[in-house]
Design a protein around this ligand. Structure first.
Ligand SMILES: Cc1cc2nc3c(=O)[nH]c(=O)nc-3n(C[C@H](O)[C@H](O)[C@H](O)COP(=O)(O)OP(=O)(O)OC[C@H]3O[C@@H](n4cnc5c(N)ncnc54)[C@H](O)[C@@H]3O)c2cc1C
Length: 413
């Protein structure tokens, strides 16, 4: 068998690559080891960036999401809780009343990923589920991928392969094989709880920056079915250095933290607490090469401060499809061509955000600084509005790196 383009993985990065390839009318094969619907350990928060990319594909998807609040709960803002326990509610947008839909959503990955797979355009996309890729190789100048399909081993040759297979990607291992860097990798755990109380009426997501989890946080994200996604994440180097057991710390916080224990007094854990890694985009890397492209978690593109990876996975899929269209047109699948047409646009769009988030991640380990900012923002409407506008305005967000911004805050301006 031969398929000019082969995508490995049908998570957000794989689906996005496929959808935009279909827009370019490029036929492709997708190999996915799971059968949908399937779970993925995640906080389930779909940020404004997810909405942005989905709109590029089809505005109608957002209408579908808005009309299904049980699965896609619209979220209008974020609650930051500083280590001193003080909370700050920040809307994602200033004029929320005039918006046709929520800026972000929260949706179980069990549902979101299935929803995305259902959008694939079968005129161009051939999806094989239950197909686990086991190796890739080259013989007589032909690239090929080998996978098991219902116990049968099959091989397909390709011109370009797209690694959308997440953290622990076999495509990344085959072509690059970078070792895990604990300063650029985060450990995360996730649980579902029923009956958590005092949730925000506009479904704000909650980030609790607890002393014992810095740099990192405990989150509570409300879902449309009345449950909450509750989890914790922390930089891997700090987990090892401080010998942190994330699971124990999360359960301890839920049972003892004065802000949390009353809200979890009647809460019940649904299922198990599960863990998975977050490869962070705090370092620029080469994300393509001779006949291959890496996207999403396989390319380590998760935001180092917020832990958001779905939006960047979708964006990288969008740019991968553009690069593949050019590669086919020019019959050029070489490393320099793909670096120019894939790595460059990806980092042009994402790097300034990733770099800034890395600075914020480093600042966030100073608990006193965190307390100070939240205390100041409590007193100043202007500062609260500035932080709110930072969700949409990158130049404004960059003020966090400007000493004048900090000086003004110190003197209360
Ligand atoms: C605890 C935790 C909380 C998070 N919270 C959030 C959040 O709230 N919001 C957010 O935006 N991001 C969050 N993230 C990050 C987000 O989950 C990822 O960035 C996102 O899933 C990346 O999408 P992807 O398509 O690159 O990879 P994945 O979603 O991991 O998809 C990879 C796909 O490839 C398939 N695959 C893997 N290997 C093979 C193989 N050998 N053969 C065939 N198929 C294969 C898998 O089955 C899977 O379907 C969180 C991550 C963690 C761990």
């Amino acid at each position: 068998m031969h398929s000019q383009v082969v995508i490995i993985g049908a998570g957000p990065a794989g689906c996005s690559t496929s959808l935009f390839l279909s827009k370019h009318k490029i036929p492709h094969l997708i190999l996915e080891q799971s059968i949908f619907p399937r779970d993925k350990i995640c906080g389930d928060a779909l940020s404004g960036k997810v909405v942005e990319v989905l709109k590029k594909y089809d505005e109608n998807l957002i209408h579908q999401m808005t009309h299904d609040p049980t699965h896609f709960l619209g979220s209008w803002g974020v609650k930051f809780v500083a280590p001193n326990g003080k909370a700050l509610d920040i809307p994602f947008k200033q004029n929320t009343g005039q918006e046709p839909h929520a800026p972000g959503f929260i949706c179980r990955r069990m549902h979101f990923d299935h929803f995305m797979v259902q959008q694939l355009d079968t005129r161009y996309a051939q999806l094989i589920t239950g197909a686990e890729v086991i190796s890739m190789g080259k013989a007589d100048n032909i690239n090929s991928v080998t996978y098991t399909n219902q116990g049968v081993v099959q091989t397909t040759s390709f011109d370009i392969i797209v690694g959308c297979d997440g953290d622990r990607s076999i495509v990344e291992k085959t072509f690059v094989n970078r070792s895990l860097e604990p300063d650029h990798y985060c450990a995360g755990i996730r649980a579902y709880y029923k009956n958590v109380t005092e949730l925000h009426p506009q479904n704000f997501i909650e980030l609790h920056f607890l002393d014992e989890l810095l740099p990192g946080y405990l989150w509570i994200f409300p879902l449309g079915d009345g449950t909450c996604n509750v989890g914790a994440g922390m930089l891997s180097s700090s987990v090892s250095k401080n010998k942190v057991n994330l699971r124990e710390q999360m359960l301890k916080a839920i049972a003892e933290n004065p802000n949390l224990k009353k809200r979890f007094a009647n809460a019940q854990l649904e299922g198990k607490i599960n863990g998975w890694g977050l490869p962070l985009g705090s370092k620029k890397r080469s994300i393509s090469g001779h006949h291959y492209i890496l996207t999403g978690d396989a390319a380590s593109l998760i935001d180092p401060f917020t832990g958001e990876g779905i939006g960047n996975a979708l964006y990288s899929g969008f740019f991968a499809a553009q690069a593949i269209q050019k590669a086919i047109e020019h019959k050029n699948f070489s490393a320099p061509f793909l670096a120019l047409h894939y790595d460059n646009p990806v980092y042009e769009r994402l790097w300034s955000e990733l770099k800034l988030s890395h600075s914020l991640q480093k600042l966030s380990k100073y608990n006193r600084l965190f307390n100070f900012v939240v205390n100041r923002a409590h007193k100043s409407t202007t500062l609260r509005n500035t932080i709110s506008s930072m969700f949409e305005d990158m130049d404004l967000r960059a003020q966090f790196r400007n000493p004048v911004f900090w000086w003004k805050m110190m003197i209360g301006k």
